[in-house]
Design a protein around this ligand. Structure first.
Ligand code: DGL
Length: 264
């Protein structure tokens, strides 16, 4: 079991932000990443469609001897983590907008959340808000950032289009005086600089990836399933592989990767 892989997936390349954090805390583990680029964005798909993709991808990871599955996508977590957990006995770790630290740490009593439409409309998101902001003392501004994941997928992080989208989506936070903005989509940490430039240094941008990585380590430690020696390797599978998404993957991961076209 200890030799199994940690399977990590997202609708595209955004989940690499989570995988990088996992690599930092678990240098000995073998990691398999799946970017479901052919079916992205999940943020504009139905929950049924997303659940179907999550189950197919998980089957693939299990056939590659996964010992844990990380849904490195807020949208897929919101749509399908309960279904997946009810079907398999492996640890399944998801990513959710980090409302807990935001609500605890805001000094302006106003926080912002940037996420996809599907995440913000989900029952899980509504429950998160009810859990951490039960008496509505904190103002939570949720912005559906349509089109922003595509800027990351295309490697388009510094273009005029990206800058104006970021400006538009951060405006409600500026107007309301939010001092804490949650990056509720795994693509957005790759736009942290651009988002930070719009909001200014007094606004804290929260990327949940390090907390997710620690959770992965804790779950595997508890199961006594960590590798004890050796250097971990990475494998990458992309559905709808193109020269462009391969080049962006290399840029985001930080080195040339061995990538396989995925047909599921
Ligand atoms: N990276 C995904 C997330 O964390 C979503 C992007 C998309 O496919 O819309 O929500």
């Amino acid at each position: 079991m200890n030799e199994g892989i940690i399977g990590i997936f997202d609708s595209g390349l955004g989940g690499l932000s989570v995988m990088k954090a996992i690599r930092k805390v678990l240098p000995q583990e073998n990691l398999v990443y799946i970017g479901d680029c052919r079916h992205a964005p999940y943020g504009e798909q139905t929950p049924e469609f997303i659940t179907d993709r999550v189950l197919k991808i998980s089957d693939f990871l299990i056939s590659h001897k996964a010992k844990a599955i990380v849904i490195a996508c807020n949208t897929a977590t919101a749509a399908a983590i309960d279904t997946l957990r009810s079907r398999i006995s492996l640890p399944v770790i998801g990513v959710e907008p980090a409302l807990k630290p935001a609500i605890k740490e805001t000094a302006s009593d106003t926080v912002g959340v940037m996420a996809t439409s599907r995440t913000i409309e989900s029952a899980r998101y509504e429950k998160l808000i009810r859990t951490f902001n039960p008496d509505n003392k904190i103002k939570v501004i949720s912005v559906k950032c349509i089109g922003l994941m595509e800027c990351v997928e295309k490697g388009d992080w510094d273009s005029e289009t990206t800058r104006s989208l970021v400006e538009k989506y951060t405006l409600p936070f500026k107007e309301a005086g939010a001092d804490f903005v949650v990056l509720g989509c795994t693509h957005y940490p790759f736009l942290k600089k651009q988002i930070g430039q719009q909001l200014g240094p007094h606004v804290r941008l929260y990327d949940p990836s390090p907390a997710v990585a620690r959770e992965v380590r804790n779950r595997l430690t508890k199961n006594n399933a960590l590798r004890s020696s050796g250097e971990g390797k990475e494998s990458f599978f992309i559905s709808g592989l193109t020269e462009n998404n391969k080049a962006v993957l290399n840029l985001l991961w930080g080195e040339a990767c061995q990538v396989t076209d995925l047909n599921i």
